[in-house]
Design a protein around this ligand. Structure first.
Ligand SMILES: NC(=O)c1ccc[n+]([C@@H]2O[C@H](COP(=O)([O-])OP(=O)(O)OC[C@H]3O[C@@H](n4cnc5c(N)ncnc54)[C@H](OP(=O)(O)O)[C@@H]3O)[C@@H](O)[C@H]2O)c1
Length: 311
């Protein structure tokens, strides 16, 4: 069991879908202050509270300044979302290492770093054969942390979450869709009906993160896995049928089909993601997860579907 930090000074970078979902869980921990860093604090005034304050910060700023800012916090959690220029997550990781050294010089405790890795298993996916340079960069950040964090007075924890639960049901993702004129639903398998996907709701990621930072699980310098659920596409189709009581048309999008679709439209990010999700590293057994080991009830696919699909 890790020894918990008794006074958390969190810096939460980004308050979008994920950062906002973390707030209620982190702010309810004892002896905690959360500083939310975003570019325009006036947009986020509603998030400030008794132990939550706002800081104007742009992660594209000079490294020296950012490292000095990061050094003021015991824990830095990155939730800045997609759409950052290539190299941003590496820049941030290097600034964190610099901040760790500044804390060491100042006689402060190690800096605990949760990098921008709330997703799949980048050790397995790599850069997906060149398809996903961002995933390749995620892997390089892991290598950097593994090789340099200890001497930089930094402890790191990566939390692999699978895709956000909501994403599985997004019409643009194309896996679960409603047919026209109330004719039921379509479920499309990526790769095959036996292939699986791990999904977690953003609130459950926050709930589990709070247990991690509270020291309820061994988390130092390692990758943790969580899962609201891990389902095969066959199971998903069964759930959609059961929950809606409607007809479910099943369509298999094989890897060959997904690659042909991408070849027609090679810059289409969603098509790239579908090819990636037909590959490995996108699911894991629930039994290896932190939430399973801690006996935490999280929202599974069937419960989420009941809340969002049932008439
Ligand atoms: N597993 C999945 O399925 C999945 C899917 C999507 C995302 N994710 C992960 O979820 C995380 C967050 O995603 P999200 O959807 O919550 O992102 P989001 O909703 O786009 O929010 C991004 C936040 O970061 C802030 N931000 C953006 N650029 C910034 C900059 N240069 N300096 C400072 N702040 C900046 C934004 O604030 P302002 O623009 O107001 O400054 C906003 O608050 C990411 O780590 C991503 O890996 C995972």
């Amino acid at each position: 069991m890790s020894s918990p930090i008794h006074h958390h000074q969190f810096l939460l970078l980004g308050a979008g879908e994920l950062g906002t979902a973390f707030l209620p869980h982190l702010s309810s921990l004892p002896n905690t202050h959360i500083t939310i860093a975003i570019r325009t604090p006036s947009k986020y005034a509603h998030l400030s509270g008794p132990n939550t304050s706002l800081l104007s910060l742009d992660i594209s700023g000079p490294s020296e300044d950012l490292a000095k800012t990061f050094a003021n916090y015991s824990t830095v959690i990155i939730c800045t979302g997609f759409g950052q220029p290539a190299g941003t997550i590496t820049k941030l990781a290097k600034e964190i290492l610099q901040a760790g050294l500044l804390r060491k010089e100042a006689g402060l405790g190690k800096l605990w770093f949760f990098p921008w890795q709330w997703g799949v298993d980048y050790d397995v996916t790599g850069d997906c054969g060149g398809l996903m340079p961002l995933f390749g960069e995620q892997l390089q950040v892991r290598k950097l942390l593994r090789s340099q964090a200890a001497q930089s007075h930094v402890t790191w924890t990566i939390v692999s979450t699978g895709i956000f639960m909501s994403f599985l049901f997004e019409p643009f993702w194309g896996v679960v869709g409603e047919e026209k004129a109330g004719a039921g639903f379509v479920v499309r398998a990526l790769k095959s009906w036996e292939h699986k996907v791990t999904v977690t709701s953003v609130s459950d990621i926050g709930k589990t993160l709070a247990r991690v930072v509270a020291g309820d699980v061994e988390s130092e310098d390692r990758i943790l896995y969580i899962a609201g659920d891990t389902v095969s596409y066959a199971e998903l189709a069964g759930i959609v049928g059961r929950v809606t009581g409607k007809n479910v048309r099943r369509e298999e999008w094989t890897t060959q089909h997904l690659e042909e679709e991408l070849a027609k439209d090679p810059e289409n990010l969603i098509k790239k993601y579908r090819v990636v999700f037909a590959g490995e590293g996108v699911w894991w057994d629930k039994e290896i997860t932190v939430n399973y080991k801690l006996g935490m009830p999280l929202t599974g696919v069937e419960m989420y579907a009941k809340q969002h699909l049932a008439a």
